[in-house]
Write a protein that binds this ligand. Sequence first.
Ligand code: SF4
Length: 373
Amino acid sequence: MPGIYVHIPFCRHKCTYCDFTSYPDKIDYAEAYMACLYKELKMRGEELKNYEFDTVYFGGGTPSYIPPKLILGAMNQIRACFKLKKDAEVTLELNPGTIGESKVKTYLAAGINRFSIGLQTAIDEQLADLGRIHNARDYVYATKLLEGQNFSTDIMLGLKNQTKEDIKKTIDLAHACGSKHISMYALTVEDGTPIYTDYLNGELPDSDEVAEMYEYGRALLEEKGYKRYEVSNFAIPGFESKHNLNYWKRGEYVGVGVSASSFIAGVRLTNTFDLDEYMKCIISGFYPAVTSERVELKDAKFEFVMLALRTSAGLSMNEYKETFGNALAEDFPNALKKTVKYLELDGDRLKIKDEYLYVQNSILVNFLEEEGE
Ligand code: SF4
């Protein structure tokens, strides 16, 4: 079920934790950038004529910050250049501080049928600390505009001064506003971002505290009917993100725009992270990819294991054998021995036991070590 990813790198303001390719001061480039992106879509579409795509995802950056007609234009171009399934899932990331009635109308006309809203927290002081441009009221307004639509909400754990009560308020708000899907991520602190200073000053919760918050949030979400289907993703059954499920199944995808990556026919391509270079390449008729590598068999095996074990459905042993020719136990005998107490076998599926899913990295490291041997 291949997907199309479209990167929109513009934001109104840079958040204090942000390490994504996003520019807070370049909105004037939006029209020219999107013209280049349409051209890249055409180039990629010609190459992938035989593919039929199931999902489209507009991520960023803040896709809802640019004029909505540019999103409509991108969707028209996608339909003209690619075979897109009739019932394709089409998601747009949306920042609650950038939305209005007419924008929503244009998105719906463009065929967007799923929205991903970055709430992060319902506590305004914490939003201000993160450098977010919205407050909790903006989120409520955005969800009112999206009434009856399928939308997901992103929330964050591990914020300065965050308490369990704050997490409860955040989850309660997303649930009350009709979110069908909730992504609950721990804040990752990257060196070089402003929030790194808070981390160095010991002002952020430590990993044990975050693990406790996660467990608290998980229980609350499940109580409200959101079923965990990946370590950070919870959905009312039937509302799981098809686009992300494809990533975790190691499915193929094509990414367009600055910094976007693609994975097609075993080759991973990554576009330049530089906006000017991206536009220059496209205008000159060149592909903007700066790296292109065929994934080696041993890396492909580890990726397969790592991605599948992040999900609640786990890894299909038959699928592994069909894909790689060997049984999992032949390729990773030592890792399986070392991690046996954290795993369970359910028919054909090997899973990390529910209570250990959050600490999957420390389990997966055993597979990574064996892959390197
Ligand atoms: S809205 Fe998202 S992409 Fe933009 S600066 Fe904030 S975290 Fe980064």
